[in-house]
Design a protein around this ligand. Structure first.
Ligand SMILES: C[S@@+](CC[C@H](N)C(=O)[O-])C[C@H]1O[C@@H](n2cnc3c(N)ncnc32)[C@H](O)[C@@H]1O
Length: 157
């Protein structure tokens, strides 16, 4: 858990600096217990922040406002977000992994194009599962990540 949090913090902090001049909203795909959501709230204060998950299992104080929550399967809610929000995301943090690597790989392949459709030019994807998207270029992980917790960063054209 320490390796995971250290890596996530380093990547999200790096994105906040890299995206300082890229306007747009921030999407937390995989709200979970809202650990990274809480960090994103502070890093990107002033930007619209939306969260996605099957259901809410975050501590009460971290539960997003209902109008900023997309509840349901990512494969449906990311499409709904494209219709509701347009192509306006500067950052998508897709923290979607489970213990089932094969299922995760399928999910990642299905949602990558949906994430791509939400990203502004120059926007970034940070994710715990390898993805590929049209026009995405892999970004080197910043210093400070833990080698014990794989993470992936991409920048969109
Ligand atoms: C790794 S956890 C997210 C952890 C969270 N970012 C945190 O810091 O606490 C992944 C989350 O993705 C959700 N999830 C996985 N697959 C999903 C899917 N297809 N649709 C909606 N939610 C999904 C799970 O319910 C879980 O809460």
């Amino acid at each position: 858990m320490i390796s995971r949090l250290v890596t996530q913090r380093a990547c999200l902090d790096h994105a906040a600096r890299a995206l300082a001049d890229v306007p747009g909203m921030v999407l937390e795909v995989g709200l979970g217990k809202a650990r990274t959501f809480d960090h994103l709230r502070g890093l990107f204060a002033g930007r619209a922040l939306y969260a996605f998950d099957f259901e809410v299992h975050a501590p009460k104080r971290l539960v997003p406002e209902p109008e900023t929550l997309f509840l349901g399967d990512f494969r449906e809610t990311l499409g709904r977000a494209r219709a509701d929000l347009g192509r306006n995301a500067a950052l998508v943090h897709a923290d979607v992994g489970s213990k089932d690597r094969a299922a995760d790989a399928l999910l990642a392949a299905e949602i990558a194009p949906m994430i791509g459709a939400l990203l502004v030019p120059g926007g970034m994807v940070i994710t715990d599962r390898e993805m590929s998207g049209a026009g995405w270029t892999a970004v080197d992980l910043p210093s400070g990540v833990s080698g014990d917790w794989p993470y992936f960063m991409y920048r969109a054209d």
